[in-house]
Design a protein around this ligand. Structure first.
Ligand code: GUN
Length: 295
């Protein structure tokens, strides 16, 4: 048996089409479009490539896009001042500061400086707090967990009462997706187990999962015999395992994809799985921010 592949690339295309229609409606109704600033500090190659994809997508949707690249040497104070300027700018509805930041800058202080109403990454504690309280109306969900949940729903995987096992407990992925899947409501209502590096028998927990979400950052961690036959497997890992002759990075997930496909019911590939969905959710949050600030 071969698993159905859940294509993030295809789902992203459908979501971007929906958003493009919304942007047109906003332009007609308010004479405005969503405004997004992407702040990139330094020249980390992975960050440069992620930001350029975000910018390209924002431009393709007709957003007002400001690309603000700052040198690695920028002081924390200067970066905080810059964020404050964008907080005050009525044409900017969403602020994204690409992480990681250089070591002399506190990521925590930077995230806290962003106006929660413009925090389209969903990293501000106010938005995370609203998410924990289940207040969906007025909060921005963090983009990768939101993308994962959207993929689960759009793939037709039932979630109510399902056993969900999340491998990883990061603030950006593991912790929020575990909370979101356990919330009351559509696309959730699951029974969630979060496992991590200190968990005693990782494989035994994974084998119970109807939905297995892996965000450990360890290439090939999940073996085929860790997967319950027919389970939905969401691989969040993006591991650079080599460089192709063209100079492009060779990416691999946290799941042994070829072998896992023979056991799982549905599975996401790397690349082309969760990654494209993260960008789609960032765009969705920016459109939401714009509506909230216009109305
Ligand atoms: N670095 C890696 N992933 C992300 C993300 O989703 N948002 C930001 N701002 N930085 C990142």
């Amino acid at each position: 048996m071969s698993a159905e592949i859940i294509s993030g690339t295809q789902m992203r295309a459908a979501i971007l089409e929906e958003l493009a229609r919304e942007v047109n409606m906003m332009r007609e109704k308010h004479g405005k479009v969503p405004g997004l600033v992407t702040i990139l500090v330094g020249e980390n190659p992975a960050s440069v490539s992620y930001v350029s994809l975000k910018v390209k997508t924002a431009v393709s949707l007709g957003f007002h896009e400001v690309q603000d690249n700052q040198p690695e040497s920028i002081t924390e104070e200067a970066l905080l001042d810059l964020i404050d300027q964008y907080n005050q700018d009525p044409d900017i509805h969403g602020i994204l500061v690409q992480l990681p930041l250089p070591r002399h800058i506190s990521e925590e202080r930077v995230i806290h400086a962003i106006d929660p109403e413009k925090d389209v990454d969903g990293f501000h504690p106010v938005n995370l707090g609203r998410m924990v309280l289940g207040d969906r109306r007025c909060c921005f969900l963090p983009c990768t967990p939101a993308g994962i949940q959207e993929m689960i729903v759009r793939s037709g995987t039932p979630t109510s009462g399902a056993e969900v096992v999340v491998v990883g407990r990061s603030n950006i992925v593991g912790k929020p997706i575990a909370i979101m899947m356990g919330q009351k409501g559509e696309g959730a209502d699951s029974t969630v187990t979060m496992v991590h590096t200190r968990t005693r028998d990782l494989a035994a927990h994974c084998r119970r999962a109807d939905i297995l979400i892996v965000a450990a950052g360890v290439p090939g961690l999940v073996k085929p015999d860790w997967i319950k036959p027919g389970a939905t497997v969401i691989d969040v890992g993006v591991n650079r395992v080599g460089t192709a002759a063209s100079g492009k990075a060779i990416l691999s997930g946290d799941v042994d994809f070829e072998a896992a496909s023979k056991v799982a019911g549905k599975i996401t590939p790397v690349p082309g799985g969760v990654g494209p969905m993260t960008i789609a959710m960032l765009m969705k949050n920016t459109v939401k921010a714009a509506w909230m600030q216009l109305e």
